[in-house]
Structures are given as structure tokens and as C-alpha cells.
Design a protein around this ligand. Structure first.
Ligand code: SAM
Length: 277
């Protein structure tokens, strides 16, 4: 029996959703994502008191500057992440930072799809273990398209179970345990949070402002949502923002070897910028 709360959602509606999200943020939804699109957006449709997706989509298309667009995008992003996801990346990062800081150079990192912050905080937790790191020589920029995850990230508050596998010494040094109504939560200490700067950035926007140069860019588990031409464009732009010999970290299922020749592999899903003379 049909759920009386079901909203009218046709294949045409799905195709409109697909086109709209692709045009704004490059996310390419295939047909298998029909159910996902329904379940992620239904709350927004109801919130506006509407019974048909078509009315919601008309409303969006009729108001280019409406704040509802951001809700639409936030609903369709997938934000799965974790502290020290793909731990081998953080060993490579530590070594790279050590070499540069030892040579008296600053070290700047960009986490370009930072989601709720676990990735940029893992970067900070890694860099703060490198001798000589200070606010004067180290900076981490974290960005995402989704404003809701950015809010979460900049607050730096997590369920304690998300950090349960971290080394006790790290937990003790950099996290505060919540008490009272914050029982079961942890918060990153200011000492660490002050190394990070969060802002919204759309990786698929045509022209990028002058950024960096960065010593390392994390672009993990986001290229998979884009088609090949979009991936190639982003990678070229990222190469422009990297220092010579700068590192690009990708997700475990992302391979760019036949997409962009600005990088050469230098470890498991780590790439080094090819230097031009
Ligand atoms: C699966 S998460 C990856 C989080 C983290 N990098 C990791 O590997 O654990 C993908 C993130 O990419 C973001 N994203 C999707 N499209 C984007 C775009 N066009 N520009 C910037 N971020 C985007 C999503 O909002 C989401 O937070």
C-alpha cells in the first residue's frame, strides 16, 4: 500500500533534479540514485508545504538567488568521512611537512572537500606533532560546498565514539571531554582549531581566485561524484595552486593517471605535482 505521506516524484522530476545539481555543483547522479534523491529531498518539499516535487523544482528554478538552493545542495551531498581515514596518507604528510619545515619553509595545506572536519583536523593533529610547527609557519584551509557540514566542522564538536580509536595521548592533549548535557561529546581544543580556516568553495566553479600556493592538497572522495571533463578541469586548477613538488592526496578509488598529466604517482593514492621549467 502506498504511504499516504508519499510525494509525487516522477522520472521527469528526477531528471530535473539531476540536471540542476549537476549544473550547480557538478555532482553527476546516475539512474540508480532515484530513491536517494527522493529520500534526501522529500523533507525540503514538505517543509514548503508542497505535495509534488515538480512544484518544489519550479519554485527553485523561478528563484535563482533563493537560499533554498543551498538546502537543495546540502541535501544531495554525501558527507561520509572519519578521523585519520586512509591512515597511510598522514604518514606521508608528516614526512613531507617535516622536510619542508626543517628547511625553514612554511607548510600550507588545503582540505578541499572537508565535510564535517574530520579530515582537516586529522591534518592538524598530524602537523602539530612535527617539530617546529607554529602558527607562524603552518596553515590549513578547509572548504566544502555544503554549508551545514562546514558549520559542524568549525564548531569542532563530535560524538566521543568517532574518536575512540585515536591514541590516548592525542585525545588527552587536543580534545576536551563534554560534561553535563555535552556528555558523550568531545571538542577540539582551541590550540588546534586556530590552525584551521573554514570557508565555502565550489570546486566546479569556472574560475578560481588566486589560492595558495599549498604544499599539499587533500581532494579525497569527491572527484568520484564528477564526470571526467570536470575532474580534469579541477585537477588542472589544483596543480596551479600547488608548490613545486607539492602533494595531492586522493581517495582510495580515485585514479587520475589517464585524466591529467600535471601529476605523477608517488605512493598509494598520493601524487606529486610535475614541475615545469
Ligand atoms: C564523501 S565526502 C569526503 C570527505 C573527506 N574528503 C574524506 O575523504 O573523508 C565528499 C564531500 O565533497 C563535498 N562536495 C561535493 N561536491 C562539491 C563541490 N562541487 N565543491 C566542493 N565540495 C563538494 C560534499 O559536500 C562532501 O562533504
Amino acid at each position: 500500500m502506498a504511504d499516504p505521506r508519499d510525494l509525487k516524484f516522477t522520472l521527469t522530476d528526477f531528471r530535473r533534479v539531476r540536471k540542476m545539481v549537476y549544473q550547480r555543483v557538478g555532482i553527476a547522479l546516475n539512474d540508480s540514485k532515484t530513491h536517494m534523491a527522493y529520500s534526501r529531498l522529500a523533507r525540503r518539499v514538505r517543509q514548503h508545504g508542497l505535495k509534488r516535487f515538480a512544484d518544489y523544482l519550479d519554485m527553485l528554478e523561478g528563484a535563482e538567488a533563493s537560499p533554498e538552493w543551498q538546502h537543495f545542495i546540502n541535501a544531495l551531498t554525501t558527507n561520509l568521512t572519519a578521523f585519520f581515514r586512509e591512515p597511510h596518507h598522514f604518514d606521508t604528510l608528516k614526512q613531507h611537512a617535516q622536510e619542508r619545515l626543517r628547511a625553514g619553509r612554511p607548510y600550507n595545506v588545503w582540505s578541499s572537500a572537508s565535510s564535517t572536519g574530520e579530515e582537516p583536523y586529522s591534518i592538524a593533529l598530524t602537523l602539530l606533532q612535527v617539530p617546529g610547527v607554529s602558527l607562524a609557519n603552518t596553515h590549513i584551509v578547509a572548504s566544502d560546498i555544503d554549508t551545514q557540514v562546514l558549520q559542524h566542522a568549525s564548531a569542532g564538536v563530535y560524538d566521543a565514539e568517532r574518536v575512540a580509536s585515536l591514541a590516548p595521548a592525542l585525545l588527552h592533549r587536543f580534545f576536551l571531554r563534554g560534561v553535563g548535557r555535552n556528555e558523550g561529546k568531545v571538542r577540539l581544543k582551541r590550540e588546534l582549531r586556530q590552525y584551521l580556516e573554514f570557508y565555502q568553495f565550489n570546486l566546479v566553479q569556472e574560475s578560481w581566485p588566486q589560492m595558495g600556493p599549498f604544499d599539499a592538497i587533500f581532494c579525497r572522495n569527491v572527484l568520484i561524484y564528477f564526470d571526467k571533463p570536470t575532474q580534469a578541469r579541477i585537477l588542472r586548477q589544483m596543480a596551479e595552486c600547488l608548490m613545486p613538488d607539492g602533494l595531492l592526496f586522493l581517495g582510495h578509488s580515485e585514479n587520475i593517471q589517464h585524466i591529467c598529466d600535471a601529476f605523477q604517482p608517488c605512493g598509494r593514492t598520493v601524487y606529486r605535482r610535475v614541475n615545469h621549467d
